[in-house]
Each structure stands twice: as structure tokens, then as C-alpha cells.
Design a binder for this molecule. Structure first.
Ligand SMILES: Cc1cc2nc3c(=O)[nH]c(=O)nc-3n(C[C@H](O)[C@H](O)[C@H](O)COP(=O)(O)OP(=O)(O)OC[C@H]3O[C@@H](n4cnc5c(N)ncnc54)[C@H](O)[C@@H]3O)c2cc1C
Length: 392
């Protein structure tokens, strides 16, 4: 029997997500894409329907389901080809909230996490800056203690949900090296401003912003977790975000492949369906193998994470690196098999092609994933070899 981690509860959730997409998203998404609109009411809708809180505890307003529930939602959004909205949901649900859940005080959870889960508030994760993306250790936004308050100065860029956020999980520098402190930054704080970043290749229905902090004074109670530990908190949180990212890419690739499979049966050339040509059949067969690899790697990463938590970093990084790249190639091939129609918005693949380009950049680039993997794999062998040489 084919591998199936999904229970009856997951399938009920799937039905609900499909129905919501069909009623509230599909009829409008082309217009939102064209006008580059991130519809704010979708956050409320997703909160009410339980899609933001699916994997959070019932006492927080969530459904207390396991990580497979997140994968169900990610899959249905991928198959609806709404990458921008998927990114908005993903950022609002899995970039900042896991750490608020893990480290937040009861008051912080009451003030921020519960309203995020219910869809009444929106959140962002603010790490990246104009001068520091992959090199997280290079951030320069500072928080300086002044009496009972911290004074924050600096800027962030490419922050998803940034102009709409009520709260930003903000990463600041509070000393030398990796001395970072996290804040739950209230966006009504004087001195804060946000500006939409325009001119994006894709993800047109997501909100991407530059954030500016000009002498913003925040109370000590806004610190998330222990001050000065922020770097380690951020690093431990990345696995959850990356494995859901990998699954989103794998399901988008699966959808594109299925579209190509159907199209090649219908499209006639030289008197027969193009799926009759061996070159086309073999391309489809090759795509089927690569889709399977993407799905297998991303679902194995989910299993690894559910069993080991952040210690599954190897599996997660491999899935993020491989799927982030391969899903784009699969969509490229699906477009190729559509010929001129693949180039047209009407067939949907143009949007997928644009949106998926982010998957090897956002949340840690492929090169950074390879750095992590090589530390785990290559350095391990080098250390073991050194140990043998020392003993002999
Ligand atoms: C649409 C969108 C949404 C985003 N949302 C968010 C968000 O919500 N919150 C947030 O904080 N950030 C967000 N980001 C930022 C994203 O995480 C960064 O763009 C990403 O981490 C890469 O950083 P960078 O752009 O500064 O590239 P750089 O770090 O400048 O990298 C440039 C190139 O150099 C390579 N490189 C860098 N260091 C190494 C190395 N050591 N070895 C080999 N190659 C290396 C990179 O892999 C890349 O190819 C978003 C970005 C986009 C485009």
C-alpha cells in the first residue's frame, strides 16, 4: 500500500481547505495577482477556519493537530496555485509563532499568539536587512537598554506580511558577535514605519516590505525569551519553516507535473497526442521520478522533524536544498510540454514558475543549505579521519 501518513482528521481538514479555496480564493485570485493585492481578509478567514492554528494547542485556540496538518494545508494551497497567499499563510503561521509558542510568557501568548491564531492579528518575522541575509550574524539593527526600555534603530527588508503586521518578531543586535535579542515588536510603536517593496518577480499576492525603526522605545516585557540568546533561538526555529517550505515546493511540482500529464494526452501534433512521442513520454517519466524524489524527501523531513525536532537538520536541509531547485526544473519542463500555451497566464504555469523561484532563495538559500549539509557530512568524515590518524 502507498505510504499515507494522513488520518481521517487530516482528510476532513483537507476537504475544508479545498472548499474554502474554491469559494473564497479561486474566483478572485487572478485579479489579486494582476493588481498585486494581498487580501487582508484572508488572514481572518484562515484564522476562523482553523488553518492558522491547526498545529497549535487547543488552549491557544488551535486544533492541536500534528505537523501533517500543516502539510495538508500547504499541499492544497500549492495545488490551487496561489503561491503568494500560501507564502502569507506560511509566514503568519510558521515563521514567528513557533518561537512565541515555545518562549513566550502567558501575557505574550495572550496578547499576540492567540489573536494570530484566531486571525485577528497578523505577524511577521524580521531578520533580513539590506546588508545581511544569509549572513544572519551580520545584522546591524540595534536594541539598546535605556532605563526600563530598549531603544531600537535600524531597518529590515523583504519582510513577508510587513506592511500589514500587528507584531514583528524582530531580531536585534544587543552586543558583539552573536549577541542578539528577540522582541515582539508592536507596529503601533512611534518611530516605526513600513513600506511595500514593489517590482517582485512573483508572489504577487503576498505583502513584502521594508521596515524602518527610528528610536523606537519598547518595554522590557517585549523581549521574547532571554535577552542575548536570540541568535540561538532563531537558528533552532529554522527547521520547521524550511521543511514546510520544502513540502510546498514538492506539491507545486506535483501539480505542474499532473497538468503536463493531462495536457500531453489532449494536445495533438503530427496527427496524434504529443504523449505518444517517445521523447515526451520519457520526459514525463523522468518528471514522475523527480516529483517522487521531491515528495519523498520532504515527507521524510517531516517525519524526521516530528521524531527528533531541530536535530533533524540534515534531512530538513537536504529536502530544502533539493526540492527548492528541482521543483523549479519540474515546472520548467511542464511549461515546455505546454509549448506556447505554457507561456500564457491562462494555463497557470507562468505563475508557478515565477513563484517557485523564491524557493531556492527565501528561508536560507540553496548554497547555505549546502554549507549546513557539508558541515554535517564532509566535516564529519574529516574529523573521523583526524581521530584515526591521531590514534595510529
Ligand atoms: C519574497 C521574499 C520574502 C522574504 N521574506 C522574508 C521574511 O519574512 N523575513 C525575513 O527575515 N527575510 C525574508 N526574506 C529574505 C530572504 O530570507 C533572504 O533573501 C535570503 O536569506 C538570502 O539573503 P540575501 O538576499 O541577503 O542574499 P545574500 O546573503 O546576499 O546571498 C547572495 C548570494 O550569495 C550566496 N552566499 C551567501 N553566503 C554564502 C556562503 N557562505 N557560501 C556560498 N554562497 C553564499 C547566496 O546563496 C546567494 O546565492 C524574503 C525574501 C524574499 C525575496
Amino acid at each position: 500500500m502507498a505510504y499515507n501518513p494522513f488520518t481521517e482528521d487530516h482528510e476532513m481538514l483537507r476537504e475544508s481547505v479545498r472548499a474554502t479555496i474554491a469559494e473564497h480564493i479561486t474566483p478572485y485570485v487572478d485579479e489579486w495577482e494582476r493588481d498585486h493585492v494581498c487580501p487582508k481578509h484572508i488572514f481572518k478567514l484562515f484564522g476562523e477556519q482553523g488553518y492558522t492554528g491547526a498545529t497549535y494547542a487547543e488552549e491557544l485556540g488551535g486544533s492541536g493537530m500534528d505537523m501533517w496538518a500543516a502539510i495538508v494545508i500547504a499541499r492544497e494551497l500549492a495545488r490551487a496555485n496561489v503561491g503568494g497567499l500560501q507564502l502569507s499563510w506560511y509566514a503568519n503561521t510558521y515563521l514567528a509563532p513557533p518561537l512565541i509558542n515555545a518562549l513566550g510568557t502567558d501575557e505574550q501568548k495572550e496578547q499576540w499568539l492567540k489573536p494570530i491564531i484566531s486571525g485577528d492579528k497578523i505577524c511577521s518575522l524580521g531578520i533580513t536587512e539590506p546588508g545581511a541575509g544569509s549572513d544572519v550574524g551580520g545584522i546591524t539593527t540595534t536594541a539598546v537598554l535605556d532605563g526600563d526600555e530598549y531603544v531600537i534603530n535600524g531597518s529590515k527588508c523583504w519582510i513577508t506580511n510587513g506592511t500589514m503586521a500587528d507584531v514583528i518578531m524582530l531580531v536585534t543586535r544587543t552586543g558583539e558577535g552573536h549577541d542578539f535579542t528577540l522582541f515582539l515588536f508592536d507596529t503601533t510603536t512611534p518611530g516605526f514605519s513600513a513600506q511595500a517593496m514593489t517590482g517582485k518577480l512573483g508572489m504577487h499576492t503576498s505583502d513584502t516590505a521594508e521596515l524602518f525603526f527610528d528610536n523606537c522605545r519598547v518595554p522590557k516585557s517585549a523581549v521574547l525569551g532571554h535577552p542575548h540568546n536570540g541568535f540561538y533561538y532563531i537558528m533552532s526555529n529554522l527547521q520547521e519553516e524550511r521543511l514546510i517550505g520544502a513540502a510546498m515546493g514538492a506539491y507545486a511540482a506535483e501539480w505542474a507535473y499532473e497538468k503536463a500529464l493531462a495536457y500531453t494526452q489532449e494536445r495533438m501534433a503530427f496527427g496524434r497526442p504529443i504523449a505518444g512521442f517517445q521523447a515526451v513520454r520519457h520526459k514525463l517519466a523522468n518528471m514522475a521520478c523527480r516529483v517522487e524524489a521531491c515528495l519523498s524527501m520532504s515527507l521524510r523531513a517531516v517525519e524526521g522533524f516530528m521524531a527528533e525536532g531541530p536535530a533533524a537538520i540534515g534531512l530538513v536541509s537536504k529536502a530544502k536544498a533539493f526540492v527548492g531547485e528541482e521543483a523549479q526544473r519540474i515546472v520548467y519542463d511542464a511549461m515546455q510540454l505546454h509549448g506556447g500555451n505554457g507561456f500564457m497566464e491562462e494555463y497557470g504555469l507562468a505563475r508557478t514558475y515565477r513563484d517557485l523561484r523564491l524557493f531556492s532563495i527565501g528561508g536560507g538559500t540553496t548554497e547555505i543549505m549546502y554549507e549546513i549539509i557539508s558541515k554535517l557530512e564532509v566535516d564529519k568524515v574529516a574529523h573521523a579521519k583526524k581521530g584515526i590518524e591521531k590514534r595510529s
